[in-house]
Design a protein around this ligand. Sequence first.
Ligand code: ATP
Ligand code: MG
Length: 392
Amino acid sequence: MILVLGASFMSQMQAKELTIGIIGGGQLARMTAIAAYRLGIQIAILDPDSNSPALQIVHKNVIGSLNDVNKLEEITKISDVITLENEFVDAPLLDHLESLGAKVYPTSKTVGLIQDKLTQKRSIDSSGIQVPNFKDVSTPEDILVAGEKYGWPLILKVRRNAYDGRGNDFIKGPEEVSRAWNILGGDKRKLMIESFIKFKKELAAMVVRNTIGETAVYPVVETIQKNHICHIVKAPADINSKAADNASKIAKMAIEAIGGIGVFGVEMFLVENDQIMINEIAPRPHNSGHYTIEACITSQYENHLRAILGYSIGSTMMLQPAAVMVNLLGNREGVSNVSGVSDALRIPGVHVHIYCKKLTRKNRKMGHVTIVGETVEESLDKALKASNLISF
Ligand code: ATP
Ligand code: MG
């Protein structure tokens, strides 16, 4: 009798403890975990590095490669829903987890449509949304042909597993083709080419869509990249309301077109005549949405959890008129040794986020600061002051 009660008690305990498994343990998983704990949701992480930002704070860890089928099955067994913090796990492996009965959001189908930048561009293009001219290239000669067709400059991109612009190379003209080809390892990796867009601004919008197709879009923000890496996010973007509405509509359309479930970052270019082009879609919370933690009624991280659990979507509205996020980037190689946080915290209203990465390197994202305020100008000024005080 005691045993039966015990078993039933155990199953009740298990039923109550909802666990979301995240493939990848970087800062995005860490911030998702923080949002999850507030809602009483447990997080399990799969990552090769036991010191990764998210693994430091969660209790259910699977240490291993993101593309190791045994490790993926292991995290699936302890999770009610599987989600991603990057697009590096192969879609067929996610499909395998789904075939075992796992709920995986975004689905393997969605990930399969976007994890290769070429397939992604084709998916967006075929849904009628404008993208830069693009083309598959398998030899340096193909790039010369693309240059003839589209004009110079071009941007050469690694199709898979690139981030922070590390897989991109700018090609001014034909004389730079073989250099770019070699830098990006064209003989070994699949590459594609795009027209280089002389955009007026870079924009982004986070889109959240739940398991029953309810969708909401966060305010359209401006992102400013330095060396192809996101440096500053200004919310909302200083663009006219027609362009903002258009960007928001296009971002939503793109996520509906790929059947997206969860939160997605949609990176866009604002070009002449206020036309919007999509640069790329990230199937996960995104750097351009960090500001939502303090600036919006519901953060991108909470809404990601709500969406993949089939809960209602929280309001994406901003609490105050403006917010600015500045990334804290590493500026040397070595063991990280954070300093200046207490000085930065003297700036009224600053929100400091440190990701606790053990090693720093030049341009590595080590943390960020956010200021929420009345105007973008005043928030930017404070956020830059705070970011300049912190080093790693
Ligand atoms: P991230 O991880 O930072 O999103 P990524 O490595 O996936 O980046 P992209 O988003 O393709 O790379 O490119 C990084 C940056 O390079 C863009 O934000 C933009 O500033 C610039 N860029 C990319 N494609 C183009 C293009 N076709 N025309 C002009 N600039 C571009
Ligand atoms: Mg990008």
